[in-house]
Each structure stands twice: as C-alpha cells, then as structure tokens.
Ligand binder design. Structure first.
Ligand code: ZN
Length: 185
C-alpha cells in the first residue's frame, strides 16, 4: 500500500485524522466529507495513494468504482436526493482539492443546491466590489472550508463562469476580486 505522509486522505486511511466512515474494504474507504457544501457528500477513495487518474492502477480504479456503486445506492436510499452526481477531478484546473485519487459521490438535495447557489451569489457580490474579498471573508460568509473557497474561485468562478480573478496583497491579507469585465462600463 502506497501512502504519502503529507496527504490528508492517507492520514484518514491510517486513522490519524478522524472521519465518519460509510464503508470500508481491503482496497477502498468511503467517508462523509466534513467540509461538504452538499448534504450527503461522501468520498470514496483508494486506500493506496495515487495522485490522480493518470497514475492509478486500473484494478485500483475498478475497486473504487465497485465501492462507489454501493455508497451511491446507500446515499440514494438514505436521503432520496433530487439527483446525484459522481465527480472525479484530476488536477487543480479541474478543482481537485486533495492530490489523492478520490471518487466523490455528491448527492444534491434540491434545497441544498439552492442554499449553495445563494452562497455562491453572495461570494460573487463580494468579489465584484472594488475592495474585493479575502479567503477568510469568503469563509465567514459561506462557512466553507478554505479549500472549498479556493475550489469555488478556481472552478466555478474561473472555469464555469469564465470570470478572471485578480489578487493582490493588502493590509488585510491577499485580496481577490473579479477583473473588470470586457463588456459594460
Ligand atoms: Zn494519499
């Protein structure tokens, strides 16, 4: 079993960081994501450390897929979400927050998705101000963990909405703002 001493998920596998386990077998572990912004967001990971899909052994991927089916069915019957996404991100450009190959099972109840959308618009409003916002301020607004805020900035804002984020070091820390748009003023 390959482990990276710096990796958060490897620490969870080793029991050095507590987690709420949903399912476990010899090759995989499924647990609730305590940083989740969605209800019922769970992660299924290979116990061996592979940074991404480019490095994982196909057999280890297959083991993760088998566990993912079990967890998805359990989540589906437990909370009957409006819909359920399976997400697997590779690399920071795809908003991969931890470099340990995960398969995420994302259950989005409708209400949770709406709460999430309103937090996102609140963040955008802060980022559009001329004074911008720090990661800390965005965290206070949303209750998201830092990596979720960073994933929002790099993934949703930049990739999905196509807005440019600029950042600068100021008295209250690194401040992020949306670069003035092409159109309009
Ligand atoms: Zn790892």
């Amino acid at each position: 079993m390959v482990a990276d001493p710096e990796c958060v998920f490897c620490k969870i596998v080793a029991g050095q960081i507590p987690s709420f386990k949903l399912y476990e077998d010899d090759e995989t572990l499924a647990f609730l994501d305590i940083n989740s912004v969605h209800d019922g967001h769970s992660l299924v990971i290979s116990k061996s450390h592979y940074p991404n899909v480019f490095a994982i052994e196909p057999e280890a991927f297959a083991a993760v897929a088998r566990s993912t089916v079990k967890v998805a069915r359990a989540v589906n019957s437990a909370i009957a979400p409006h819909g359920l996404n399976l997400v697997q991100a590779n690399g920071p450009g795809a908003a991969q927050s931890v470099p340990h190959f995960p398969r995420s099972t994302v259950a989005q109840a409708k209400a949770a998705a709406q709460r999430h959308a309103s937090k996102q618009s609140a963040c955008l409003a802060l980022l559009e101000r001329s004074e911008g916002a720090t990661i800390r301020e965005l965290q206070q607004l949303t209750n998201w963990q830092e990596h979720s805020v960073r994933a929002f900035l790099a993934g949703t804002v930049k990739t999905k909405l196509g807005l440019d984020i600029v950042s600068a070091k100021e008295g209250r820390g690194r401040v992020y703002r949306i670069a003035s748009r092409q159109r309009g003023r």
